[in-house]
Design a protein around this ligand. Structure first.
Ligand SMILES: [Zn+2]
Length: 388
């Protein structure tokens, strides 16, 4: 019995040596200046990070050991190889092993050990991709040689939020090259959702009048950028406002993507042209066409942003003002929310028009501050009571 115990101990010790072979070469903890430099490169900051004296050179001869709880498919292996090629211009020797306990690493979780080699324990393929982004942020091009140098380190991280989003606008002045840069940066910093809002530039087929004639995005090139989002692990979310910002511009520019060339659409907007009319059946029909088209173009994602912010002149036409503004707004939003649900998505909206602009608690939170409200908004927004 005693002998069996000793044998078990020896086996356990040997397994421990193998598992920790990378860590064993990590040495002493690095000075605060080095740790500070490394941490400064990492965004978002990992939950745990320790840096040690010594550097590791990653080149095509290196072996990178990757463990996952399940078998890694051939497609996933080639996907990971392609990421190495993109990030560092070569694919090192990748060794995949199975490790059941990685299932406990947390959402998108991973543990990186850099010492005599690079070892990555990942919860799943997303966790593995996140770990490679972390390595990419840490990597330094080898001075006067090939490969990339990494400070010895132990980094553990997982996602605290399932939805990590940013909102970017495509103005008529935005180039597709700029847009690509924003998308790639969002991926680099581990965002997984991007609301992408075209401002008078989406090339609608259903209603071509709903964009500046000379500023429409090239359909094929824009589609490639939508596909790029998915490749980078980002779900693109379309935005199309169903209320304010109907001009697809800022209020003080006096620009209007539709009415400038198509005054025949004036009856779907409020009199100022800023908000869509909530009583117009024609507005409802056009908006649903636009929503369906842009939703399909973005690959039918699980969310759709309906805007609804800064609707200064909402409900001000002769038909709308016959109704209680709160009920009118509630039925408008409910109607479009149901439509979005039918498409298979959840709605996102700005909340500022639900706040009472006269209530001092919401100062600076209603539109861009109380001072920005038009008299019509002050009238209509006072006492607005919609339950979320
Ligand atoms: Zn109206």
């Amino acid at each position: 019995m005693k002998n069996l115990y000793i044998v078990a101990l020896i086996f356990g010790y040997a397994a421990c040596i193998i598992a920790n072979s990378v860590r064993a070469e990590q040495g002493r903890e690095a000075g605060a200046n080095i740790s500070g430099l490394m941490l400064n490169r990492l965004c978002p900051q990992p939950k745990e990070a320790a840096f040690f004296d010594g550097e590791y050179l990653l080149d095509e001869k290196s072996r990178v050991t990757i463990s996952m709880p399940n078998e890694v498919s051939k497609e996933e292996r080639s996907d990971i190889g392609a990421i190495f090629l993109k990030y560092w211009k070569f694919i090192p020797q990748l060794e995949f092993v199975k490790k059941a306990e990685n299932a406990n690493l947390g959402e998108e979780g991973y543990l990186i050990n850099i010492g005599g080699g690079i070892g990555i324990d990942a919860k799943d393929i997303i966790g593995l991709k996140q770990s490679l982004k972390t390595l990419r942020q840490l990597a330094e091009a080898c001075r006067d040689g090939r490969g990339y140098v990494f400070q010895h380190a132990r980094i553990k991280d997982y996602a605290a939020l399932k939805f990590r989003g940013m909102h970017i606008c495509i103005f008529p002045e935005t180039t597709l090259e700029q847009l690509e840069k924003y998308i790639r940066l969002a991926g680099y910093y581990k965002f997984n959702y991007l609301i992408i809002e075209p401002w008078g530039v989406f090339p609608f087929k259903s209603h071509p009048e709903f964009a500046y004639a000379e500023k429409k995005l090239d359909r094929k090139k824009f589609k490639k950028l939508i596909e790029l989002c998915y490749e980078l692990g980002i779900t693109p979310i379309p935005q199309l406002s169903i209320l304010g910002h109907a001009s697809q511009s800022r209020v003080n520019t006096i620009k209007h993507a539709v009415l400038a060339n198509h005054p025949e659409f004036e009856n779907i907007f409020e009199t100022y042209g800023w908000s869509y009319c909530m009583s117009s059946r024609r507005a409802e029909s056009v908006l649903m066409d636009l929503i369906t088209e842009i939703y399909d173009f973005y690959g039918k994602p699980p969310f759709f942003h309906l805007g609804c912010d800064e609707a200064y002149d909402m409900g001000s036409c002769y038909e709308c003002r016959k109704h209680d503004i709160a009920n009118l707004l509630l039925s408008h939003i409910t109607k479009f929310n149901k439509y979005i649900n039918k498409l298979g998505a959840r709605s996102i909206i700005w909340h500022d028009m639900f706040l009472d602009s006269a209530d001092p608690r919401w100062e600076k939170h209603v539109a861009i501050g109380k001072g920005a409200c038009l008299p019509s908004q002050k009238h209509h927004n006072s006492g607005l009571a919609i339950q979320p």
